[in-house]
Every structure is written in structure tokens, then in C-alpha cells.
Design a protein. Sequence first.
Length: 295
Amino acid sequence: MASGQQITKLDVSTSQEEEQILGAQGYQLINVNLNEGARGNRILLWYKKESGKRPVTRIEFSFTDKMKPGLADAGYEVVNRDLNAGTGGDHIFLWYLYGSTKYDMPIVELEVTKAAKEEPALLKDGWERLGCDLNRNASRTIIYLWVKREKTSYIQEIAATVDFSSDKHMFELGYTRVCEDTNRNAGGKNLVFLWYRCTTDKSKALTDLNISTSLQEESKLQKEGYKVLSVDLNKGTTGKKVYPWYKKEGDQPIQAMVLLINRDAWDEYKKAGINFIEKNLNEGNGDCAMYMAYM
């Protein structure tokens, strides 16, 4: 996909007829089936780059109805096509925003991956992985959408929520939601999400991330100068209390963070030398491990 020019519109096709319509309207396609490995419809993502039009600055996904109101109220536009159409998986919808906060940067490139081995190279090349598995609960093939921005961006702040009451406010403040529940498959009462917002100013970026799963680890990280985000990523489960920690001191600004839900990804990210935090975000909840990596 050619770089440089800003993306101004997104759409999705779920049938050959829709593919023909979007092609005739001047859309370009990303030729990767977003239902790869599932038995559902062939799902393709399409985009436009139009001179003089507002650029898309943020992309989000919803996989439950409760995720939708905050997006709609904050001005996101929904593409009303289920990315899991024809499968037994979650009903996933794509949303995009023409944002105007200082944390909004135009998106100029899109990429889709369908194997963990493809991911580390993109992360190292400045791509930002969006958190939702587009085959969520439909197939073992884990598919992610990646974006590249007009300017190099860094993570300035992180946050977390345990319900949907503040979604609109968070979006309006310029945050992007990492669309993966840190309680996934843990039987929790809460859907817990991490959030981040970006900056082009290296001096404002976070430089280190960590996770605590015990009081001893909390004490150790505090002594090492980390600051805690006081939201339990295991809230509503029977597991241990899990807290994210961060630093802003140092000269290694963080460009992206990802949540990793399968063993292939854990191995590939470690092998590539990407910062991998050896703390299970679902600690104490049985066989539903999730880890964080960052670059």
C-alpha cells in the first residue's frame, strides 16, 4: 500500500456484490480475508485516499453491544458490516474517527496480519497494532489490523476502565482503547480495557512498562521508581490483583504496546527481542494467560 497520502474513508465488503460496488466507487482493497480460517463470508477491508478530505485519525472495534454507545456518542462512524459474518464468533464492527485533538494523527497506511510471525517486524518498523482479534471466538487464526501514522508517534499516557460509563469521555480526551478484555476467558464480571493516547513529542513519552501480580512486586516496582495505574486488570475475577506500572524517565520512548493471547505470539515477540513482560495479566485464573509486550 502506498504511503504518504492520508486515508479518508473506510468500508467493508461481505459479498462479491459489495466488492464490485466498492471497487466501482474508487475504494482500494486490502486483499486479506478478515474471516481467514473461519467458515464465514469472505470479508475484505477497503479504504480511500482523497485529496482535500478530512483524514481518519483513529480506528476502533466493538465486539459487544455495550462497546457501541461510547463510540457513537464520541463521533465515531460505524461501518455496519459484521467482520465475523457467517461464523459463530463475536459480532465485530469497525468504527473510525476524524479526530481533532492534539493526540490525533492522520493514518496513512493499513496492514493486516494473520500469523504471529508477521507481527514483530511491523512493530519494529513503527506500525501500531489495533487490539481486537478480528476472528475473535470464530477461528484459531488470529487476525489484526495495523496502522501507520503520518508522523512517528509515542505513547504518552495509559489508562484502564472496568466498565463502559466513561467511554465517551475517554474517546473525547484522545484515548485509543486496546480492544481486548484483559479478563478474556477468565470468567470475570467486568470487561477491563487498557487505553493509551499518543504524542509526537519524544520527551513526553512513556519509557518503560511493567506489571505486578503480588504485594512484593508492587513494593519492588515502587522502589524502582515506577508509577502505578490503580486499576486491577483482574477485577471481577477470582485471580490475583494485577496492576500496570510505567516510567517516564529514560531515553527509550515507547511507540506501541500489545496484548498477546497465544503462545505463538509469546515466542515470536521474545525471539525478536521485543520487550516482553513475563507477568500473566490473568494470574490465578487458570488456563487463559495473556501477556504484554512493548516497543
